[in-house]
Ligand binder design. Structure first.
Ligand SMILES: C[S@@+](CC[C@H](N)C(=O)[O-])C[C@H]1O[C@@H](n2cnc3c(N)ncnc32)[C@H](O)[C@@H]1O
Length: 540
């Protein structure tokens, strides 16, 4: 009775202080006084006022500083408070004793009983749910304090189960020692980093390497975080942190080894294909696996794929596995080296021709040569499709002008024209429209109704990676006589010969839709247009 009364008083006090804290100190709505929410506020506040924390510790909940008894206590599974601020990992310091409910059970029935009580047993990393009772031959089943009532009594359905097994439903308390091994990554980092700071432990995995992207406030703890990631993720033996954004030519990360062996040569699998490479010297992004798969899905055996910025082969190798004929290129000698290696590793070196040159030279050389050879061979019967993949999102779109009048001879029929899949970043409100406009600028023609755009992924809150796919219009790809020639007089009195070509339509469209000054300047710099008093004059 006395205990219940104390409990009620404490609960009232808690509710009152919760509202007080939220409204007076944190200026948030008083209505939400849920335990987790308020607990976090209290912890924050006590950190600021250590004296007050001490009083609360002594007079109310915490009779034994290391033992937490409150069922609803969010901090129940938190490591020893002394680890706060630790920068060099000391695993032993995380040890903590907590009180958990246990059921005493005869060893003969333990397996059957565990199945029925699975929903209330204690689940912690590296912890056995059943332990020997030191007093006799029986076993003790550890129960989850969050799933048992404050009075340590079991629910009706659980009591019914115990009755069937002839087990006493009496729940007792047990002092359980939790060690570093029994805490989850997030619990460890939340205990170490300053209160209230984000403890993101997310990483991408590339074989044995965990690739982190730590924020500034996490940097003082970087080596500890790196080691915890290794400890808690079987198979990971090295953790690295991205140092800066990728802005170098070869798009590889500048990285720092945080913990573990500094071996950057790794092996990973994507869409059932194995890749090996030196992660510090080439580009690899596990987040692109769906996109790689999407493009490969479009290909049929016998199709031709030109991969202009191939990296270590995540488009090229699966395409070759699918019996496509592949031409892969990368400017980075390291990427090229691993591309060759991965072709051998996946036994597709017969289907791939690899190149180590600038993308523009690749398009003007091997691609042009192959298109010239292949296109006349394509007929209604032999209808293999040709695809050109250009995954260098920061720059690829600027390479599209290479297709302008690339091929001599008579244009092939529309359905045989090669399909380009060109990637681009966009920070625009309508990224699809933005990317299409840029592609039109560099191709010098309108793609309206002749392209599709696909959102690959959001790179940052206001930055999308897009893929625009289109068949290169015949009037772009093939050298062609002008359809019309004319003379236009500017209001300055100058005459200029220009071709009445689709480019003029784009310019007019873009003028209508408030074509922004920047793009006009770029066009102008490229010699595609001349801005005069009479407006924008296209120059073909
Ligand atoms: C974003 S990565 C894409 C790699 C691979 N296709 C993928 O999807 O993972 C771009 C690649 O283009 C290569 N690269 C950069 N500039 C290049 C250029 N001018 N010509 C050819 N390759 C280039 C880089 O070395 C890098 O491997």
């Amino acid at each position: 009775m006395r205990l219940r009364r104390e409990h009620r008083i404490l609960w009232r006090l808690y509710g009152y202080s919760a509202r007080l804290l939220k409204t007076k100190l944190f200026r948030t709505a008083a209505s939400n006084t849920s335990f987790p929410e308020v607990w976090l506020l209290l912890v924050q506040y006590f950190e600021r006022l250590p004296g007050f924390f001490w009083v609360v510790q002594r007079n109310s909940f915490f009779t034994m500083p290391e033992i937490l008894e409150n069922k609803a206590d969010l901090e129940l599974y938190s490591p020893h408070p002394e680890v706060r601020g630790m920068t060099t990992l000391d695993r032993a310091a995380f040890k903590r004793t907590i009180v958990v409910p246990v059921l005493k059970v005869k060893k003969e029935v333990i397996n059957k009983l565990l199945k029925s009580l699975k929903h209330i047993t204690l689940h912690r990393p590296g912890l056995k749910r059943v332990i020997d009772d030191p007093k006799d031959e029986d076993r003790l089943v550890l129960l989850d304090p969050h799933k048992i009532s404050a009075e340590y009594s079991l629910g009706e359905s659980e009591q019914e189960i115990l009755k069937q097994f002839n087990i006493d439903p009496q729940v007792s308390k047990y002092n359980l020692e939790l060690t570093y091994d029994n805490f989850k990554t997030e619990e460890i980092l939340r205990a170490v980093l300053p209160v209230g700071q984000d403890v993101t432990s997310g990483f991408t995995r590339i074989g044995h390497i965990a690739h982190l992207n730590l924020r500034d406030h996490q940097l003082p703890y970087k080596h500890l975080i790196g080691q915890v990631i290794i400890d808690k993720n079987p198979g990971i033996t090295c953790s690295v942190n991205k140092i800066n954004i990728i802005d170098n030519t070869y798009r590889n990360f500048q990285m720092e080894v945080l913990a573990g062996e500094a071996n950057m040569i790794t092996k990973t699998r994507e869409n059932n294909i194995t890749y090996e490479f030196d992660f510090s010297k080439v580009y690899w992004n596990s987040r692109l696996s769906t996109e790689h798969g999407r493009i490969i899905e479009l290909l049929k055996p016998g199709d031709v794929l030109f991969d202009v910025f191939a990296g270590v082969g995540p488009f090229a190798i699966p395409a070759a596995k699918k019996k496509c004929s592949v031409f892969a290129n990368d400017l980075n000698p390291e990427s090229y080296k691993w591309l060759l290696h991965n072709c051998k590793l996946n036994k597709v070196d017969k289907n791939i021709k690899n190149f180590n040159m600038d993308g523009r030279d690749f398009l003007l050389g091997p691609v042009k040569e192959e298109l010239t050879k292949e296109l006349p061979l394509l007929t209604k019967e032999r209808k293999n499709t040709l695809h050109i993949v250009m995954n260098l999102p920061a720059l690829a779109i600027k390479f599209l002008d290479v297709f302008k009048h690339l091929l001599d001879g008579k244009p092939c029929s529309t359905d045989l024209l090669p399909t380009v899949h060109c990637y681009s970043f966009s920070k625009h409100d309508s990224p699809a429209k933005d990317v299409q406009e840029w592609a039109e600028v560099f191709l010098g023609t309108s793609l309206e109704g002749r392209c599709s755009t696909h959102l690959v992924r959001s790179v940052a809150p206001n930055k999308e990676m897009m893929c625009i796919s289109f068949q290169i219009p015949a009037e772009v790809l093939f050298k062609k006589q002008c359809t019309h020639e004319g003379k236009l007089k500017s209001s300055a009195g100058n005459f200029r010969v220009f071709q009445l070509y689709t480019l003029s339509q784009i310019i007019l469209e873009k003028k209508k839709t408030a074509f922004d000054g920047f793009k006009t300047r770029i066009l102008s710099a490229m010699g595609l247009i001349r801005v005069s008093f009479s407006g924008v004059i296209p120059i073909c």
